[in-house]
Design a binder for this molecule. Structure first.
Ligand code: GLY
Length: 286
């Protein structure tokens, strides 16, 4: 039976609780006391001071589901909203954090375990990207993440990515670091045979999409654009809840999941019109 959205969310929180994480509530979306960010744009925003070493977290491992708004600043999705099936102004981001505790090995291992064992997503449809490095910033390729991914994925399902896609920064200033994204190919099998998913990763294909980002926080971007190494190394992950539901429920649009359908159907009924959206699984993962 298809896993419902509330079960998907709960399984995420239970998984990381079992791995020793403290579960905390979503922070408010409107930020106070941070002139660098107007709205919470990611799960890590409420933890910024812990990364920078200005404050101490209540636990070295935390997980939550955070309501995010991406309508302004560095991570602004407004241009895509309404034009595609997988960007939203407001969305929910599932995240797990390590504050100077575990690092790449555990973060990657647990991502894999959760996606393939708990959520049962097909491994052959998953792709990982790792940072290719950037000479202008004196940043080396992330060969450590590459080697770790090789334990789980064949090499043709691992790709190098540039600073735009694989070096995550909270805003113009603030904590940042190389990241490793996980993408899923939701296209029908026949299409996959014609064109491998690796050619469509980060190419704006609505059925080959990023679902989870693992950031390895190691730097602070300063106002003068320089990178200052942080006092400790941290993990910051963000998984798009609505996209994850689309993948697990076998849909081809976030709007066809039970995150949105009850609302859409209710509005349609109140307006006296039928909706054309399919309600049965339409992608191969469901
Ligand atoms: N903070 C990680 C992300 O939003 O992708």
């Amino acid at each position: 039976m298809t896993m419902q959205a509330h079960e998907i969310r709960q399984k995420f929180l239970d998984f990381f609780r079992e791995k020793g994480h403290l579960i905390v509530p979503s922070a408010p979306m409107v930020l106070k006391n941070d002139p660098t960010l107007m709205f919470t744009n990611s799960g890590m925003a409420q933890f910024k001071d812990f990364f920078l070493g200005h404050d101490t977290p209540p636990a070295p491992r935390i997980a939550d589901t955070q309501k995010c708004l991406r309508v302004t600043g560095k991570h602004n999705d407004l241009e895509d909203v309404g034009h595609d099936t997988y960007h939203h102004t407001m969305f929910e981001m599932l995240g797990n954090w390590s504050f100077g505790d575990y690092f790449k090995k555990e973060a990657i291992a647990w991502s894999w375990e959760l996606l393939t064992e708990v959520y049962q997503l097909p491994p052959e449809r998953l792709y990982a990207t790792v940072f290719e490095g950037d000479a202008t910033e004196n940043l080396a390729p992330d060969t450590e993440a590459l080697e770790l991914w090789k334990q789980y994925l064949p090499e043709d399902q691992i790709l190098f990515g540039n600073k735009k896609d694989n070096f995550w920064e909270m805003g113009e200033t603030g904590p940042c670091g190389p990241c490793s994204e996980i993408h899923i190919d939701l296209r029908p099998e026949a299409e996959r045979q014609v064109k491998p998913g690796r050619e469509l990763v980060n190419q704006d294909n609505p059925l080959v999409i990023e679902i989870w980002n693992n950031v390895f926080m190691q730097f602070e971007r300063r106002a003068d654009k320089s990178l200052r190494p942080l006092p400790a190394q941290h993990v910051d992950t963000g998984m798009g809840f609505e996209r994850l539901c689309m993948a697990i429920q076998g849909k081809t649009s976030n709007y066809d999941t039970d995150v949105f359908q009850p609302l859409i159907q209710d509005v349609a009924q109140k307006q006296g019109c039928a909706t054309a959206r399919p309600t049965k699984p339409t992608s191969p993962c469901g």
